[in-house]
Design a protein around this ligand. Structure first.
Ligand code: UTP
Length: 291
């Protein structure tokens, strides 16, 4: 049994970088391969031994709840039509984790979204947090890698990935001490210019957050964009020596913008034994007709 039993999944944002697709469709419900982005996240959490998820949604994002609700009518139709395997896959969606939903009344930032989950996780020494627009590909599951580090270190754990100079200014970047793969984090700088980045280790959307994060978030004033930033609260814990970062094994695939979503879908299709050949043939055909 995992030492971290709950994952908080912030899904209350507006998804403005993916408009107009996300005008009515929650960004977290945009399909990646054959399932919504947020389902990939909950599958990773379940594979990491997490049994409970608190999903922070916003008014009008009811589709997320609908997706994870049992649907015996659909299952019966699939069984009758001779698709028991598909019926089983549908059944499994509602069994991934015990789900609870909290509403973030306004999109006041990622830190604020995490704070909205406080009453559901009070009394837990630490919770995991997973941003559903970062998909993980690899083994072991990324959250399980962070939970293992938490078991040894007993403090907040960040997921770190090495980034090139060109991409580093899109991320929060950690100032670190030690040789890794588990580093002590002394500071985090949000979206630095490449020349100001304290390292090439960028934060990806997975965390183990100890309960100290909630008092740090309550003390955090609105920062960049008028939002309550999770990074600001993590900085205050880092200043007290209460944060480590793990340079994890595996790959993060972003699906938060149209460009990254297209690239991630292409990568998934490319690797799929059935769909991959069709994609390669189509690309070849496109190249030939563009000549
Ligand atoms: P993002 O910044 O990627 O999502 O936040 P966003 O704000 O929806 O997207 P843009 O920037 O407008 O395009 C990462 C995660 O945090 C959640 C988002 O739903 C997403 O899953 N989030 C963000 C919240 O839950 N509440 C917020 O106030 C902001």
């Amino acid at each position: 049994m995992s030492s971290v039993r709950t994952v908080v999944v912030p899904a209350g944002g507006l998804g403005t970088r993916f408009l107009p697709a996300t005008k009515a469709l929650p960004k977290e419900m945009v399909p990646v391969g054959d399932r919504p982005a947020i389902q990939w996240g909950l599958e990773e959490a379940a594979a990491s031994g997490i049994r409970r998820a608190v999903i922070v949604t916003a008014p009008g994002k009811d589709l997320i709840k609908a997706h994870f609700a049992p649907d015996p009518g659909l299952e019966a139709v699939l069984e009758q039509r001779g698709s028991p395997e598909l019926a089983e896959r549908i059944r499994e969606i509602s069994k991934l984790c015990a789900l609870e939903f909290v509403e973030q009344p306004q999109p006041l930032g990622l830190g604020h979204a995490i704070l909205c989950a406080l009453e559901r996780v009070q009394g837990e020494a630490a919770v995991a947090a997973l941003l559903p627009d970062d998909l993980f590909s690899g083994s072991p599951p990324l959250l399980s890698q962070l939970i293992e580090a938490y078991t040894w270190e007993g403090c907040t754990v960040l997921a770190l990935r090495r980034c090139s100079k060109e991409e580093i200014s899109r991320y929060g970047v950690a100032a670190v001490e030690g040789d890794g793969p588990v580093f002590r984090v002394s500071d985090v700088v949000e979206k630095p210019a490449a020349e100001d980045a304290p390292s090439d280790l960028a934060l990806m959307g997975r965390y183990v957050l100890t309960d100290e994060i909630f008092s740090a978030l309550q003390a955090t004033r609105p920062g960049h964009g008028g939002e309550i930033q999770l990074t600001d609260a993590i900085r205050s814990l880092a200043g007290r020596g209460r944060v480590v970062g793990v340079e994890f094994v595996g790959e993060i695939l972003d699906v938060g913008t149209l460009e990254s979503w297209l690239a991630t879908n292409a990568a998934i299709m490319w690797q799929d034994p059935e769909l991959g050949p069709a994609l390669r043939a189509r690309i070849q055909q496109l190249e030939e007709t563009q000549l």
